[in-house]
Design a protein around this ligand. Structure first.
Ligand code: BEZ
Ligand code: FE
Length: 263
């Protein structure tokens, strides 16, 4: 690739990465003898995706984000990190005890009580750690991304007690299908891949004496745990749902997870 000497000296990392991307693409085109028609189809796909709202970030999150997240945290100790994903909204309401994520009276999904602790890698409990939580409901709906779901539905922030413990009520999130009506869905379909993520709850944990952590908690036995379309689900982040049934046959679940933050 023709690159001027001035650019190379001012942006050596950018040049090295772009050169490697170019080299990798040339190698792929050569190896598979990619035709001009296939090249045009790829250009068309990019043009279509760029005209669809949030489609390019979605495609990047589906195909690449978890690799970046794993690389950035490979030396980390404590609970494994996991991708933030494209549906985080800052400024979720700070909740009062007893903690219940904001939800509608008939929120789709069975009741879930999620408890746990937040500790450091040396085992000390972290009092006053902040948990910023967001999730889909039992009908795969995220507030701010689905019409008719109230603002900040199933999004909230809470803090841990003196002993580092926390407990909140919510609903069990359903396995989630990433938006598949646009260019990303078209590509997944062409590849013969499904578009499901296992059910999960997102967490951002922070405390002034520990490193912040963005992660997700999954549920054992979820049918999509081993084939998450975004490749993010990890065994160490899966917890067990324990089910109960009341006199009227209504099911509810409990689960727990102990988070460990590195210093
Ligand atoms: C999610 O966690 O909701 C998500 C992650 C990556 C792509 C799409 C959705
Ligand atoms: Fe999600």
């Amino acid at each position: 690739m023709a690159v001027t000497e001035t650019t190379q000296t001012t942006k050596p990392r950018l040049n090295a990465i772009v050169d490697d991307i170019h080299e990798a693409l040339v190698e792929i085109i050569t190896k598979h003898k990619v035709t001009y028609d296939e090249y045009r189809a790829a250009v068309e796909w990019i043009m279509k995706a760029s005209q669809q709202h949030l489609e390019i970030p979605l495609a990047l999150d589906v195909f690449l984000a978890s690799t970046l997240d794993d690389l950035e945290h490979e030396a980390g100790e404590g609970t494994e990190s996991n991708v933030e994903g494209p549906v985080y909204i800052p400024g979720a309401p700070r909740l009062e005890k007893p903690y219940v994520l904001p939800m509608r009276e008939n929120e789709p999904g069975e009741k879930l009580v999620f408890s746990g602790t937040v500790r450091t890698t040396d085992g000390s409990p972290l009092a006053g750690a902040n948990l910023d939580i967001w999730q889909a409901n039992g009908a795969c709906e995220y507030s701010h991304f689905q019409p008719d779901v109230p603002e900040y539905n199933l999004r909230g922030q809470l803090t841990t007690d003196e002993d580092g413990s926390f407990e909140f009520e919510t609903v069990v999130p359903a396995p989630y299908e990433v938006p598949n009506q646009g260019a990303t869905g078209q590509l997944l379909k062409a590849l013969g891949r499904h578009s499901f993520r296992p059910g999960h709850i997102h967490f951002k944990l922070s405390h002034d004496q520990a490193a912040p952590l963005t992660t997700q908690i999954y549920f054992e036995g979820d049918p999509w745990l081993d084939s998450d379309v975004v490749g993010a689900a990890k065994e160490s982040l899966a917890t067990k749902l324990t089910w109960d049934e009341d006199a009227d046959g209504r099911r509810s679940a409990t689960c727990s997870y102990d988070f460990v933050l590195s210093k």
